[in-house]
Design a protein around this ligand. Structure first.
Ligand SMILES: Nc1nc2c(ncn2[C@@H]2O[C@H](COP(=O)(O)OP(=O)(O)OP(=O)(O)O)[C@@H](O)[C@H]2O)c(=O)[nH]1
Ligand SMILES: [Mg+2]
Length: 397
């Protein structure tokens, strides 16, 4: 049932309470949550001109090439200086679209300085067709800085289309051949365990895009991983689940913070909690799941469906803009079941929560509210995704 604490959460909560000083613990937690919110993540997309760097920037950000705020793509040399593309919903995440290496304005020997190579957390080298000496230069320099790179072989849709003309065409075999070739070249360039991803920025659901996302996520430290997961485009059920799990991890900390800093009795209810904290985090959940007007409008354009059709899939949670103090108060007053839940939890955890005094109720109220809101928002986000991916009415006839 929504609202249950996991054993681990109870243990962590106990530990905090046992350490005795709730205000200090809350300050520590607040700092942790704040730094999580402000952790910068700078990802550089590099490679030769015209290989699909800007298209990949847009793919990672969940933007269409024509969207406002999208990186410009084109058939002639397009990107002339490092350009920052802040994530549409997470301003501390920035994808850097770098100009192509080896063009007249960006000779290989000056490129690294020109594009301020030191400034990024990690690199994605984008290639298409052949492996070149520029890839070796980039790989060496990134290594020298003690940083990582991921090698993306883009535009595989074009390779496959060309190979299809042959009699014995086999998609898996063709992809494997491209992959092996990239790995072999990177090994020869001195890379012990090359990380190679085949993809088409036009078909994110196919090939290695998801694997790329997962690999990046696993290799980031905890703090950057949290930021990265929330920044992912909502293109699969799996990504939505991951976001949910990531947000859920922090609910107990938010709840503890709420009871330590601002347990305010809710008028007319035997509940107390910091409504502002609830509003803030519920909005964050909606934004992470793309349950806001801007994200839905963009998604509707991308899949060629009316935005109203996507919105019709949303059954439980409101959009981010509708989450106000009044909304939260209405939910609180309606959640009789929630109140019972709170009571049950308080009774069950008297030894723990007793020492939080009045704050105990605020703790469980906040916990319960956020947990059930997160469950509902995640459910709605899955429904929106299913609706977006359904064949259009005229196509299914
Ligand atoms: N078929 C296909 N075309 C792609 C893909 N990625 C990019 N393109 C096309 O390739 C061309 C170049 O893409 P860009 O993303 O502008 O390449 P870039 O590396 O940023 O180019 P510069 O900024 O000029 O260095 C554009 O016409 C894109 O539409 C892909 O995965 N598949
Ligand atoms: Mg470009």
């Amino acid at each position: 049932m929504a609202g249950r604490f996991s054993r681990r959460e109870i243990e962590e909560l106990k530990a905090v309470v046992e350490r005795g000083n709730l205000t200090a613990a809350a300050a520590e937690l607040q700092e942790k949550l704040e730094s999580l919110k402000n952790t910068p993540l700078d990802i550089a997309i590099t490679g030769e001109a015209g290989k699909g760097k800007s298209s990949l920037v847009n793919a990672i950000l969940g933007l269409h090439d024509d969207d406002e705020g999208a990186a410009k793509t084109g058939v002639t040399q397009t990107t002339m200086e490092p350009t920052a593309y802040p994530h549409p919903r997470l301003p501390n995440v920035t994808i850097w679209d770098l100009p192509g290496i080896g063009t007249p304005r960006f000779q290989a020997d000056k490129y690294l300085n020109q594009v301020k190579f030191n400034n990024y957390d990690f690199f994605i080298i984008v290639s298409a067709t052949r492996f070149t000496s520029h890839h070796i230069t980039l790989a060496h320099e990134i290594h020298k800085m003690g940083k990582r790179f991921y090698y993306v072989r883009s535009k595989v849709d074009i390779d496959l289309r060309a190979e299809k003309r042959k009699k014995n065409f086999n998609e898996a075999r063709t992809l494997q051949k491209i992959r092996e070739d990239c790995i072999k070249n990177l090994r020869e360039a001195g890379e012990a365990s090359p990380r190679v991803f085949l993809l088409s920025s036009w078909e994110l659901a196919n090939y290695d895009f998801q694997l790329l996302q997962e690999t990046l996520q696993n290799e980031l430290d905890d703090q950057k991983r949290h930021v990265f997961i929330l920044a992912m485009p909502n293109i699969s059920a799996k990504i939505l689940e991951k976001k949910k799990a990531e947000l859920q991890e922090h609910i107990w900390a938010v709840a503890l913070l709420s009871c330590a800093i601002g347990a305010v009795p809710v008028p007319g209810l035997s509940l107390a909690c910091d409504v502002a904290i609830l509003v803030f985090h519920m909005k964050c959940y909606c934004m992470a799941f793309g349950l806001d007007d801007e994200s839905l409008t963009r998604l509707a354009q991308q899949v060629g469906k009316p935005v109203a059709e996507l919105k019709s899939a949303i059954k439980k949670s409101p959009l981010a803009s509708a989450i106000t103090k009044e909304f939260v108060l209405t939910v609180l007053s309606r959640s009789l079941c929630g109140a019972l839940m709170v009571l049950e939890l308080v009774l069950n955890f008297v030894p723990v929560l007793g020492s939080l005094a009045g704050g105990g109720i605020s703790f469980v109220t906040t916990y319960y509210m956020l947990k059930s809101f997160l469950d509902e928002a995640a459910e709605d986000a899955q429904k929106v995704l299913t609706k977006a991916l359904e064949p259009k009415a005229e196509e299914s006839i």
